[in-house]
Write a protein that binds this ligand. Sequence first.
Ligand SMILES: [Ca+2]
Length: 405
Amino acid sequence: MMFDKIIKLLFIILFFAARLQAETILITANPPLPVPNFMNNPGFEEQVEFDRVIAYWDLNGVDEDDGLTDKAAHSGKYSFKFTGKRGINKSIRQRSVGAKTAPFPLKNGMTLVSGAWSKSVGAIPGGGAYGLSVKAGAYRPSPSFDKGTHDWAFSEKIFVLDKDIQALDALYACYYDQEGAVYYDDLYVSYATVQLNVKVLSPDLKQVCLYDNEDRKIFDSGILPRGTNDYTRMEKVRAQKTYYVEAEDYTGKVHVRNYPVLGRKVDLLNLYKEGKIKIDSNMNLTRKEFPGMGAAGVFDGLIEYGNGSYEGNDANSFFTVKLDRAYKIARIGICLKPRSVESAELFVFGNNTWRKIKDYSYASMQSVNYIYLNPSEVVEAVKVSITNGAGLKALTELELYEESE
Ligand SMILES: [Ca+2]
């Protein structure tokens, strides 16, 4: 009897000791991952109502055989299709790239990358240019695509700034003096590299390695001396990837941490249907012609007009979700009113405090926008407050992702 009690006590002590000694792997980056795409409407999903006019893009040399198409897309529903014509230089152009998202001036020595996805049906080797052209202070090395016929392929090119620049003047997607047809989708201009900072706090560390999402080893600490409890390393890495750290201690235990943490989607729709989460909102408009209008529409994954919570008053609109329990949240997805602009604030409640985590000023969203909490936070409620907007105010989508490690 006594012996049992001692064993039990020993287990409790061991359990708490293990808890106290739990490893901490902190991964941050400057700028944080994922980095923003400086382009507007990079995947052609955002359209203006008029025929063949695409938000943020100018069309040059195109005719009725060119334009948006839903016959092929690398992601989403649409891509831009060029039909080749000998002797004609066709292109689409976006100017003032990153006017809202890039921290101008971009500094001398900074590495940037431009890239795109494209599919070709019969681009000929003897024809003209098939690729991007980027002007940032001067024309920069830009990606081009293989001619001939190929399925969706991606091409990118890194360039280093040789002076401070005040603007990314223009990006062109070209199809010059050609035959056949090509499709462009998911263009990007962004930081090419970020400074990754890895810090591992754990007793008696043996080895720390960093890998990218293709399992390529980025660094290896080698075998660390016994008694190492703290390991830090900075590394310049590609921005268009995700990473994970593996830290092994001398007991043979391996700790893993991803960066950024994507998390596992919380099934808010089901929790709402089962009455387990509570909504507090003044956005309670219903319309017969929009069956998706209402709180369930905020959790259903659809971002069509009329799918979400709407309100028509001038007063501030709010939508609060009280969760059924505390979640360790790694990522939040939000879509305000698509094809419109809204200003809004996003708050989370945890540890007895409301905290504002994001301000949107006249934001235009065509898809779900993600906010990463790094490190993940305990969240018991989420509130979206819509402070300004054109016409009916709307919250189209709200997603929560729980850290599953
Ligand atoms: Ca697309």
